[in-house]
Design a binder for this molecule. Structure first.
Ligand SMILES: Nc1ncnc2c1ncn2[C@@H]1O[C@H](COP(=O)(O)OP(=O)(O)OP(=O)(O)O)[C@@H](O)[C@H]1O
Length: 357
């Protein structure tokens, strides 16, 4: 009916956006199906996964409060302005979830990879995967045949090559954990729109960057400033979007979305998380809140009568378990490491108990 369609046109904002991204996703899916057979994959154990359907990468569950939408809007806005985006923030604040959600919004295929010490240029652009041997049968004179063995080098593209060629959105998580030298190839990608594949011979040694190629990289702010300081020339190419812990309401929504608990318990968990974040020296991210809530969804039922009233002791124990891995860290090798770690955890427990009371 005419009335319906005019009403539809007036719908603004999110609904329109999601309709459009649905269409774009379907297009991307078709593109994926077409390209699947020709794409060299490096799935293996690395967790890296070339060319994902954008609909598949949206984190589940994903909460969209004003704070989340506003940050995501900044990321997608910069991508639209053809700027690579660097998300910088503390551990467990939601950088990866945000990056994947922003990448999915574009409706283009997504390529993501995790940075670590082992990432080198070949892991980004590709490598020779040994030779392919085959025999050719030449029957050049009747009755006489000659067999020639041919060895053809096989090249396998890795995530960056796949992403620049297909115009995907690259999500490069923990980018600052990789050796900066591995990222030299990114400079010409952003500056000249060309990706060099060192090691590849022949004319197709370089790939022209697809106009729809975009990149989002994430860094933990401690590491960003630390050992793996990336080249300034490269960092200058990115805009940096600072991501901090969300507001209390968003954190409550996130915890609620992950764990089925009564509202009062969710509120206590988030309040405790935020108090500990201010009081303790260890990083207490949103992930810690979710893990604590998961623990309470089991222990709270067991240990309290009505299942909703949390006692401080249980809360202290659960948060101590959640945060203990962060304090049981490195020691100077004085031979008494187990005792020292036990003391660290005991000190943590005392600090948590003090903060909660
Ligand atoms: N908007 C959201 N909706 C639902 N869950 C979320 C949202 N944002 C973050 N989370 C959850 O919070 C936790 C931490 O998020 P995420 O892994 O994205 O953080 P991070 O900053 O990338 O962490 P790290 O620095 O350790 O890589 C995850 O369990 C994630 O699912």
């Amino acid at each position: 009916m005419a009335e319906d369609s005019s009403r539809k046109r007036k719908v603004r904002g999110r609904k329109i956006r999601s309709d459009r991204s649905g269409k774009a996703s379907r297009k991307a899916k078709k593109e994926l199906a077409r390209k699947a057979s020709s794409t060299g994959k490096r799935n293996g154990d690395s967790g890296d996964s070339p060319l994902e359907d954008p609909r598949e990468v949206v984190p589940q569950p994903f909460v969209e409060t004003d704070a989340v939408e506003s940050l995501r809007g900044r990321i997608t806005g910069w991508l639209e302005a053809d700027q690579p985006v660097h998300l910088i923030g503390p551990t467990g604040c939601g950088k990866t979830a945000l990056a994947l959600s922003a990448a999915a919004e574009r409706g283009r295929p997504v390529v993501w990879l995790n940075g670590d010490e082992s990432v080198d240029t070949a892991a980004l652009v590709g490598d020779h995967a040994g030779g392919e041997r085959y025999k050719e049968d030449d029957r050049f004179v009747g009755g006489v045949s000659k067999q020639t063995e041919i060895v053809r080098e096989r090249w396998v593209d890795n995530p960056l090559s796949v992403a620049v060629r297909e115009g995907a959105t690259l999500v490069y998580n923990e980018f600052s954990r990789s050796d900066p030298a591995a990222h030299n190839v990114l400079l010409s990608v952003f500056e000249e729109g060309v990706l060099e594949r060192p090691g590849k011979r022949g004319e197709d040694r370089t790939i022209d960057v697809h106009p729809e190629f975009r990149a989002i990289v994430t860094s933990n702010d401690v590491e960003y400033a630390g050992v793996h300081r990336q080249q300034d020339a490269l960092l200058d190419r990115f805009v940096g979007v600072r991501v901090d812990y969300y507001d209390a309401e968003t954190e409550r929504e996130i915890v609620r979305a992950h764990v089925d608990l009564p509202d009062e318990v969710v509120e206590t968990v988030v309040e405790t998380t935020r108090t500990l974040r201010d009081d303790l020296e260890v990083v207490v991210g949103t992930r810690a809140a979710i893990t604590a809530a998961r623990g309470l969804s089991v222990f709270d039922d067991r240990e309290t009568e009505d299942g909703t009233t949390l006692d401080d002791d249980l809360l202290t124990t659960v948060f101590t378990d959640v945060l203990a891995p962060k304090v049981a860290g490195e020691r100077d090798g004085d031979g008494d490491e187990d005792d020292a770690r036990a003391r660290d955890v005991e000190d943590l427990r005392t600090s948590i108990a003090d903060a909660i009371s």
